[in-house]
Ligand binder design. Structure first.
Ligand code: SF4
Length: 232
C-alpha cells in the first residue's frame, strides 16, 4: 500500500534521506524511493540515455518514465523514447505543452526560442512538467554533479520546494566514466546523437555539437545567457 504524506512530512523525508543516502549507491537510493513512495514516484528522462530508467526498472519494474515532448526534439530523441518504451519494463508517459509549436508561433511569433528562451522553456517545459508531476510525491532525475558548475552541489535526495516534491538524483555522484561503464555493462539504450558530437541533448533549436574537450553543456543555449531550462 502506498503511504500518503503531508508536504511537511515529505520535506522532512527529503532532508533525512539527503543526509543518510549521500554515500549510498544509485541502486540503494532508488530502492529507498521505491519503498518510500510505492507508485507515487517516477523517473523523468530527456532520452539522452536510459541509464536512470534502466536502474529504476531493475528496482521497480513498471515504473513510470516521464518524457517531455516539447515539439522541438530531434527525431533521434523521439526514437530513443520509443525504443525505451519497447525494450524496458517501464511505463513511458509523454507530456506535451498546452500549445503546439504552430499555436505558440501564432500567439508569440515564430522562433520564440531565439527571442525569449526563458519564456519558451516556461511554456514548453516547466509548465507541462509541473502539471504532469502532480500525482507524484517524488521524481528521479539524471542530474550529475559533473554536468556543470551549477550542478556541482546536487544532493542525491532533496526537497524541491518549487514543485512540493522530493527530488531524487541517484547518479548525482557518478562520473562520466561510471556512466559509460554502466552503459557498456548493461547495453543501455542511448541517443544516437551522443555518437555524433552531441554531449548534452535538448531541443534541436537550442542544442549544438561540442568540440572535443569542451564542457558537455556548452552546446546547450550556446551564445545565450542561459544554462538551465528552469526545471531544475
Ligand atoms: Fe524552447 Fe529551446 Fe527551451 Fe526547447 S530548450 S523549450 S526550444 S527555449
Amino acid at each position: 500500500m502506498t503511504t500518503t504524506y503531508t508536504p511537511e512530512a515529505l520535506e522532512q523525508l527529503a532532508l533525512d534521506a539527503g543526509r543518510d543516502l549521500e554515500d549510498a549507491t544509485a541502486e540503494e537510493i532508488l530502492t529507498w524511493a521505491s519503498k518510500t513512495f510505492g507508485n507515487r514516484w517516477c523517473v523523468t528522462s530527456s532520452m539522452e540515455d536510459a541509464v536512470v530508467a534502466h536502474l529504476a526498472s531493475r528496482v521497480q519494474p513498471g515504473i513510470d518514465v516521464v518524457f517531455l515532448d516539447t515539439g522541438y526534439h530531434f527525431p533521434e530523441t523521439i526514437g530513443t523514447r520509443d525504443a525505451v518504451a519497447a525494450v524496458y519494463p517501464v511505463n513511458v508517459i509523454t507530456l506535451t505543452p498546452r500549445q503546439s509549436v504552430a499555436e505558440q508561433d501564432a500567439e508569440y511569433g515564430p522562433a520564440l526560442h531565439d527571442r525569449d528562451p526563458d519564456l519558451c522553456c516556461a511554456l514548453r517545459k516547466v509548465a507541462p512538467l509541473g502539471e504532469g508531476l502532480a500525482g507524484y510525491d517524488g521524481w528521479a532525475t539524471g542530474l550529475r554533479r559533473e554536468d556543470s558548475p551549477e550542478r556541482a552541489d546536487t544532493p542525491v535526495v532533496a526537497w524541491d520546494s518549487k514543485k512540493g516534491k522530493v527530488k531524487i538524483s541517484p547518479i548525482a555522484r557518478w562520473t562520466q566514466d561510471q556512466v559509460d561503464a554502466y552503459i557498456l555493462e548493461h547495453g543501455v539504450l542511448t541517443n544516437p546523437l551522443l555518437m555524433d558530437g552531441y554531449a548534452s541533448i535538448g531541443c534541436a533549436p537550442c542544442t549544438r555539437r561540442v568540440a572535443p574537450g569542451e564542457d558537455a553543456r556548452a552546446g546547450r543555449w550556446a551564445g545565450r545567457a542561459k544554462t538551465e531550462c528552469g526545471i531544475h
